[in-house]
Design a protein around this ligand. Structure first.
Ligand code: ASP
Ligand code: MG
Length: 475
């Protein structure tokens, strides 16, 4: 049976070299055999977005000396692939000219930024968008050259967002109308629309981006509004792994993971999928799959609606599916007997933290209410302590709060799995594992997420903690 509509997104490494792009062409050809309609979303070639944004940031400081080298890096990166993979001479020249035009627009933008002495978020988005727009031309030419009918369409024509530059939010209503209006006629003619991830535009047509790593989100948006039957995210790993294989070599690819589990993993440092990708596809009931451009026959990881139904595991389900670590954190503690029963301490503490622009990955408070403790990135700890000391100056001087302090560097280790919710003994297994290895747990959080337990350990114990907990997954 022929399946209907598939959206495939290719990440930076998947379009990052001639070799990778050869795989991409084969993947699209193969998908055409099974699917009636295909839409392709592309990222910038790996390293490109960073290079573009660095160039703009330097320009904002008046430094444009390195622009010529950025220009030639970008030319070399894109042209070498065009030379290797576009056989048709006319198409090759045309594509290189289009890419060159975009590189020249980067130079113009950076010079303008240097004159102004600042790069507004809007200017940064104009610069960042160049990466996806270059790969759009390249990829669509390569696919056409390989004999598959495809057409390049910039997503700024139909992904319509608010004006929150660098982290824009789509207007789903207009985006739905425009996406269907622009992409459906192409599909009807049997043409594969190739479009840019990461970028959108305001209703006035000014380019925005959805945030770093946002092309996964683009695929989810496009998939949900068409709607597609499935969205496949092509990357450079086989799927979601049980843990970082650099820490544990026995780490395995999970064949399935639930949406809530992967959301937790994405938050806790596994960079497989942009966290915003999940909601649009879940709400639209669309299948999501993560697969490897460099190992296309591997089934990858499928996202499923529910890991454990109502927290109850099915026979054979794993309680803990993955373990992650967020490093370079410090634990900040506010403590004092005078805090007991005083409303507003937490609110003031977190607004003081927020005033420093720091986000907090973990919070705990004991019921004695005599201390609140939370994690912050190590590099922000001093600033956070400062803000807290100022905010609680009165309480500190009156000894209602005894002290505000931060630990040495710590890591947050998180065990993720739907079974952590209702399966008795999971916490027991986790803590006895850590206890066996003599690892001291400084703080624990569980409950706010049904599907994970997080614990804080000193930095030196990070790898041992991950390895020990991983033994609970792969025995
Ligand atoms: N190119 C963008 C970035 O590097 C978006 C993406 O690749 O997802 O952030
Ligand atoms: Mg990505």
């Amino acid at each position: 049976m022929e399946k209907k509509l598939l959206v495939m997104k290719f990440g930076g490494t998947s379009v990052g070299s001639a070799n990778a792009l050869t795989n991409v062409v084969n993947i699209i050809r193969d998908a055409k055999k099974d699917w009636a309609d295909i839409v392709v979303v592309t990222s910038a070639m790996s390293g490109t977005t960073n290079l573009l944004l660095d160039s703009a940031a330097l320009a904002a400081q008046g430094k444009i000396d390195s622009l010529p080298s950025a220009e030639s890096t970008l030319r070399e990166k894109h042209f070498s692939v065009a030379d290797a993979l576009i056989k048709d001479e006319f198409l090759r020249h045309k594509t290189k000219a289009e890419i060159n035009g975009l590189i020249l627009s980067l130079v113009d933008l950076c010079k303008a930024i240097a004159v102004l002495g600042e790069a507004s978020p809007r200017a940064m988005d104009a610069v960042a968008s160049i990466g996806e727009r270059m790969s759009l031309h390249l990829l669509s030419a390569i696919i056409n050259d390989a004999g598959v009918q495809a057409k390049a369409v910039e997503s700024s024509e139909f992904v319509i967002t608010n004006g929150h530059f660098q982290n824009a939010h789509p207007d789903f209503k207009i985006t739905t109308e425009k996406t269907r209006l622009i992409l459906k006629p192409l599909l009807k003619e049997g043409i594969i629309p190739i479009t840019t991830g990461f970028i959108g535009a305001t209703p006035e047509g000014i380019i925005t981006t959805l945030g770093r790593g946002g092309s996964d989100y683009s695929a989810a948006i496009i998939g949900s509004v068409l709607p597609a039957d499935e969205v496949w995210i092509w990357t450079d790993v086989d799927g979601v792994m049980t843990t970082d294989p650099r820490i544990v070599k026995e780490a395995k690819t999970l064949s399935e993971i639930s949406y809530s589990e992967i959301a937790e993993l994405a938050y806790y440092g596994a960079k497989v999928l942009h966290p915003k990708t999940i909601r649009p596809v879940v709400e639209a009931g669309i299948g999501l799959r993560i697969c490897n451009t460099f190992n296309p026959s591997h089934p990858g990881t499928r996202l499923i609606a529910n890991g454990a139904i109502n927290g109850k595991l099915n026979k054979g389900d794993q309680v803990i599916k993955a373990v992650t670590a967020i490093r370079n954190q410090k634990l900040v503690t506010i403590e004092g007997r005078g805090m007991l029963g005083v409303p507003g301490v937490a609110a003031r503490a977190f607004s003081a933290v927020a005033s420093t622009g720091t986000s907090v990955p973990l919070i705990t408070q004991a019921s004695s209410e005599q201390s609140i403790c939370f994690a912050v990135p190590a590099e922000s700890a001093d600033q956070v302590l400062d803000a807290l000391q100022k905010n609680f100056a009165l309480e500190l001087s009156e000894r209602d709060i005894d002290r505000v302090w931060a630990t040495e560097e710590v890591a947050i280790i998180t065990a993720v799995g739907s079974g952590t919710r209702n399966t008795p003994g999971v916490a027991g297994h986790i803590f006895s594992k850590l206890g066996d290895k003599n690892i001291n747990v400084l703080a624990i959080a569980h409950g706010s997420s049904d599907v994970s337990i997080s614990m804080v350990v000193i930095a030196a114990d990070t790898e041992l903690a991950v390895r020990s907990l991983h033994e609970l997954i792969v025995k």
